[in-house]
Design a protein around this ligand. Structure first.
Ligand code: RP5
Length: 175
């Protein structure tokens, strides 16, 4: 269910992926943002392939009206940390499971930020949770986003309870 609200076009959430190969992981999160009409933008910016563009993006993010940045990257995933170094906006890192180490490299790189420049992290490939967490951050200053999240959780709970009901009626072999 989508809570109606005034259309707003200035992006509030900046979603940055280190490569177009990271985009599929973000799909479920981006779909939620789109469905709820959360103003957001998506960019492909790399901390090592386009370092100055990535730095400028983070430096200007707050002035452009962004409230939170989601940064998804795989392998030696320094993108969230580099963006966080250039802004005081909250940065949520999404470690991508890829490469020879299956994502543990990205997870550690994002979670183990040295003290002083924090990056929040969701789980491996958890683009959906990153989007929900970003909306929770928006909800701190706009109660309508809290309403939206509440409605989502109620729908989610109903889905589980419906399945439970069917299971109890049909038995566990044919849920
Ligand atoms: C990282 O390297 C990206 O975030 C991506 O997860 C990984 C591989 O990038 P591609 O070689 O697929 O562009 O920078």
């Amino acid at each position: 269910m989508k809570i109606p609200r005034e259309p707003k076009t200035t992006p509030l959430i900046g979603v940055v992926v280190g490569s177009d190969s990271d985009l599929p992981v973000m799909k479920s999160g981006l779909e939620i943002l789109e469905r709820w009409e959360v103003p957001f933008e998506v960019r492909i910016l790399s901390a090592h392939r386009t370092p100055s563009v990535a730095a400028d993006y983070a430096k200007n993010a707050k002035e452009r009206g962004l409230k939170v940045i989601i940064a998804a990257a795989g392998m030696a995933a320094h993108l969230p940390g580099v963006l966080a170094a250039y802004t005081t906006l909250p940065v949520i890192g999404v470690p991508i499971a890829s490469g020879q180490l299956g994502g543990m490299d990205a997870l550690y790189a994002i979670v183990q930020m040295p003290p002083g420049i924090p990056v929040a992290s969701v789980g491996l490939n958890a683009g959906k949770n990153a989007a929900l967490l970003a909306v929770e951050i928006l909800g701190l200053t706009d109660p309508l986003w809290q309403e939206q999240l509440k409605a989502y959780r109620e729908e989610q709970a109903k889905g589980v309870l419906d399945k439970d009901q069917r299971l109890r009626e049909s038995g566990w072999k044919e849920p």
